[in-house]
Design a protein around this ligand. Structure first.
Ligand code: FEO
Ligand code: CA
Ligand code: CA
Length: 627
């Protein structure tokens, strides 16, 4: 999928809100140091007891011995009342808008009731990132020609298959089971009405013929990683929005602004030929209304999702929350494209657990910053504030709205460090450290490496660890300067001779490729989901676990292996490690694979049934803690 850099992809950790709050209390109470010591102790021993899976490719998936996995939600499963059974040969937009969408990326498991805990009932949030057109409809074949044959009806099905789902879940028979009758169940699609808020709302460049105020927009696109706020809403992030807009730009200024976001006349999808607002000749400003972080209240199916422009416009991957010592909310974000940046937003006001209403629009005011990594081991967060430094009228920035609409260009001027495709950036609440997953960069030349991106080309990616001042007791996630180090490099060590691996002890089995999303368990161990290993490493993607402390630090062990063509994303680790939820996205997406001749028919393996992106739940056979 070279046209898009990475249209396939992924998400972030989402501890339930009860966990977030209790871990915050632990941090503020000084208990984190104890947790960190425990983590170190377990790492030195055999904290991760499972036998790693072999690195190979198969039409089937696999999980480590002693564990079981259930496929609990598949593309096309009923979500809303009246949803028909999935019928791949007779798809309609109406049916799809009531069924589970496709290509799940970010997952969050939330308490069934706001402010509660997950016990026997919960709410599942799932992003639906994009449509695997060739695998979705019969008779299209593969490649660019397949997409050129997409009809208006098929484009409408694709639009209904994107967005997100809320599904009530019940813990039954030792796993999570969806409740298709759940009263909070919801589908959000590429056509759902949304509000635009924050500094860019209402700006002339946000206005269209359908929305002369620049404050209402239909739908969200290519939602990849995400996050959960301390107040229990979901942050779902628009990533490769460029693939949906086509047609000719109307003047050079528009062309230049689009170039920075890779918006081209002949895009990946055919929507612009069927739906006027995706055609730049009709609506030159429509792309400016996408590429944002969207906040959704999963507890109110009638609520209007809100695009939070204060968090910037780019190819958003992930929006992980962490609280600062004074209670403000820091949100870490990646911009997933080659040579793009890592960002952080810090709210102006603190989170107020006692007054939920005061948190409602907390994300409309704050400071967005971008990261510059220095060779001396420091990372500097550079504020993107209109009027400061180069972000002035002289450089074409007339207001903060314009800084945010063109976040990338503003970050260029500040001298941010171009990274190897930033995916998830997540805070480990047990240690206060922050991990940035750099998935790969095929275009980094050997002469263009830097200390934070030390390989050119970089087919396997790496993981950077950032250490805020004050860890572990009171990590300052608003600090202007942190320390950083190279935590893990992807790739098979013996095949990368001379690559100066972080871990000299890396051996067969202790490696991964193309890190994308991560989550942390209660002991502070990192669980890394990968996307793209297949072509680069000759192995399927998977979920890997590694210690973050002790002798086994940064030695990944393969725990779950995806079916061929799929990435793994959205890891959610339940408190106590009762279960892990994963998204298995774009199974069967491989060269020459199509609806009629798929590389796998996972998970149904039924003749005529295409591969179906799904949510899986992993538990231990003896019902003990995972891993
Ligand atoms: Fe959609 Fe950045 O992976
Ligand atoms: Ca990815
Ligand atoms: Ca991703």
């Amino acid at each position: 999928m070279d046209e898009t850099d990475d249209i396939g992809s992924n998400r972030s950790t989402a501890p339930d809100i009860g966990t977030v709050i209790s871990r915050r209390a632990a941090l503020l109470g000084g208990l984190a140091a104890l947790a960190a010591r425990e983590a170190g102790a377990s790492a030195a021993g055999t904290g991760l007891g499972f036998t790693p899976l072999a690195h190979l490719m198969s039409p089937e998936d696999a999980v480590a011995t002693g564990h079981r996995r259930e496929v609990v939600l598949r593309w096309g499963d009923p979500v809303l009342p009246g949803a028909p059974p999935f019928d791949p040969l007779n798809q309609t937009a109406e049916a799809q808008a009531r069924q589970f969408g496709t290509n799940v990326d970010f997952l969050a498991l939330l308490p069934a009731e706001r402010g509660g805990t997950t016990g026997r009932r919960a709410l599942l949030w799932a992003n639906h990132e994009y449509a695997s057109t060739s695998l979705m409809f019969p008779g299209l074949g593969t490649g660019r020609e397949a997409r050129s044959r997409v009809t208006a009806e098929q484009a409408a099905v694709e639009m209904a298959a994107l967005g997100g789902s809320v599904v009530e879940m019940e813990w039954r028979g030792g796993t999570w089971v969806p409740d298709p009758e759940g009263g909070l169940n919801r589908r959000i699609t590429a056509s759902t009405p949304m509000e635009i808020r924050g500094p860019a709302a209402g700006h002339p460049r946000m206005r269209t013929s359908e929305d002369p105020e620049g404050r209402r927009v239909l739908g969200m696109l290519c939602n990849c990683g995400g996050g959960v706020t301390p107040w229990g809403t979901v942050l779902t992030c628009e990533e490769n929005i460029n693939v949906f807009f086509g047609g000719e730009a109307q003047d050079e200024a528009q062309r230049e602004a689009r170039r920075r976001y890779n918006i081209v006349a002949d895009p990946f999808y055919a929507w612009h030929r069927h739906v006027a607002r995706f055609n730049l000749a009709h609506e030159p400003n429509e792309p400016n209304r996408f590429g944002w972080v969207v906040e959704v209240d999963p507890y109110d199916p009638r609520s209007t999702p809100i695009k939070r422009t204060a968090l910037g416009r780019f190819k958003h991957e992930g929006a992980a929350s962490a609280l600062t010592p004074d209670g403000r909310v820091a949100i870490y974000m990646g911009d997933d494209e080659r040579f793009e940046y890592i960002y952080r937003f810090v709210s102006a006001r603190p989170f107020d657990p006692a007054h939920p209403d005061s948190n409602r629009h907390l994300l409309d005011e704050g400071t967005l910053s971008v990261a510059r990594f220095e060779a001396d081991g420091t990372v500097h967060w550079l504020p993107l504030v209109h009027g400061e430094g180069p972000l002035t009228e002289a450089n074409g920035f007339g207001s903060q709205a314009e800084v945010l609409i063109e976040t990338r260009r503003a970050a260029d001027l500040l001298g941010a460090t171009p990274m190897d495709r930033p995916e998830d950036v997540e805070a480990n609440l047990a240690s206060g450290r922050v991990y940035a997953l750099l998935t790969n960069n095929s275009r980094r030349a050997a002469e263009r490496v830097d200390p934070a991106n030390p390989r050119g080309p970089n087919p396997h990616g790496h993981v950077i660890e950032m250490v805020p001042p004050g860890v572990p007791e009171r990590p300052d996630h608003a600090a202007p300067v942190m320390r950083w180090n190279l935590f893990l490099r992807g790739g098979r060590p013996e095949a990368e001779a001379g690559a100066e691996y972080h871990r000299a002890a890396n051996g067969e089995g202790n490696w991964l490729s193309c890190p994308d999303n991560c989550a942390f368990d209660g002991k502070g161990r990192i669980w890394i989901a990968t996307d793209g290993a297949g072509p680069a490493a000759g192995m399927a993607d998977g979920l890997f676990a590694a210690e973050t402390e002790g002798e086994a630090r940064a030695l990944p062990r393969l725990f779950y292996r995806a079916p061929i063509g799929a990435e793994v994303c959205g890891p959610v680790i339940e408190a106590g490690e009762r279960s892990i939820l994963l998204a298995v996205q774009h199974p069967g997406e491989a060269s020459g694979s199509s609806f009629d001749r798929p590389a796998t028919r996972w998970p149904d393996f039924a003749e005529g049934m295409p591969p179906r992106a799904s949510v899986v739940v992993i538990t231990r056979e003896d019902d003990g803690p995972i891993g």
